[in-house]
Design a protein around this ligand. Sequence first.
Ligand code: UDP
Ligand code: MN
Length: 518
Amino acid sequence: SGENGKGLNIDKSKLSPEELKKYEKGYQRNAFNQYASDQMSLHRTLPDVRDKECRDRNYATELPDTSIIVIFHNEAWSVLLRTVFSCLDRSPGHLVKEIILVDDFSDFEHLQAPLQEFADSQEKVRLVRAKKREGLIRARLLGASVAQGNVLTFLDSHCECTMGWLEPLLDRISQNKSNVVTPVIDVINDDTIQYQYSSAKSTSVGGFDWNLQFNWHGIPDHEKKRRKSDVDPVRSPTMAGGLFSISREYFEYLGTYDPGMDIWGGENLELSFRIWMCGGSLDIAPCSHVGHIFRKRSPYSWKTGVNVVKKNSIRLAEVWLDEFSKYYYERFNYDLGDYGDVSARKALRERLHCKSFKWYLDNIYPDLFIPGESLASGEVNGVFNSQSQPACLDSAADKKAYNKAIKLWPCHNMGGNQYWMLSKSGEIRRDEGCFDYAGQFVMIYPCHAMKGNQEWIYGPDNTLRHKNTNLCITLSEDGTKIEMKACTGIDRQIFHWKRKIPDSDVKKTEPNGQKLLR
Ligand code: UDP
Ligand code: MN
């Protein structure tokens, strides 16, 4: 089973008590269906998932070789070995210098002596072990420090490489050492282990939001126009982080990773900004497909006590975001906490003469919504509910919140789910989530930039009017929820929201830097 990338549906009700136990344990330890994976060949076949045009593309005859670096902390045996074999089985031998497995201090039994035996039995596989739990960033650094190939190719430990995956990556780098390139990351279903893919036309590019979370987007129009064919490399403002190739020399020149980052998170944006701002480029190669098991939770332990993602993100914001770091910091009222010393990273930026973050936003990610161009921001405070205690419009704005009603909650003055921005085009938004009213109730929906149900007017009378229906956001009489009512300007329709002069109006300067005022 599992051949040709097919999935396996396990019917739990048909398992014996003993098998069911294995099944549950596999899920609990990995957050994917290890039980299903264990029943599939370590060399299972996959379909040729590439677009037809990819098959007759020509690549340079002399490509650089690569060290493939696979880091892991407590990975399942079948999944880890399938990652290794999929690379070995589907890459031209002379292009794979070695596969370096970096064990980030795992305690699973099968990753001790049995894995060492496996590595010893394979000519190209080397196993290095961290002496303590390092996290994915320093684990990759450990792998890179012993690598000998011309190119470093990083992979997660739950991947499957498909036919022809490697050549497009190496070809891009052979054209220019400062090209960093990622494959298309296909989904290996976490439950059935099915290999899922789509055509090059629907390749997604990486972005981020002001919570410094990575996200995916369709290819923007300006990038579609720039390219001749769907299978040409696509410029991507950021990368997801787990799977990419980079010249070893260039990785070192660029300052590898920030070793002050722990466990997981932020390093992908940090490297993406650094590549673009310091003279490199970052593309996705639509002819290179590698599958990755995306899971819904993180199965391993994180260091307790510290919010490591926040700490890592602050490190990168301090070094790379310039005046734009405030958009991130406002999210938690500048409560930065202890993020360690970043002076070495700032010195690196100086040394490499990297461009500004403004340049990056203008040239590499012009589609990003800039909070400084918003007309109002902060909590949206309806003062006059029945308890005469301030109540705020409150909702998450991420995927989980889509299609759900905006709630009313006591104002807590800590930003978070009460932080909203009014965009120039009338959206009430945070990140990619917008207030949307389609006649039923006000909900969060992905921002679509087409006004319609997402266009609001924050009037001089402090009402929030929906342009399309001409109705106003109104606190219910009992003060427990919001409703849409005709705009009459009653107290329950009045909202306080900090108005702003957009940055873009303040900073209108002439090319020589002088203010336009005369
Ligand atoms: N990893 C690691 N040490 C850690 C955390 C993660 O070596 O402390 C490895 C993990 O085994 C995986 C890679 O880093 O190979 C990326 O982690 P994960 O897959 O959990 O991240 P995601 O793909 O969900 O973003
Ligand atoms: Mn992963």
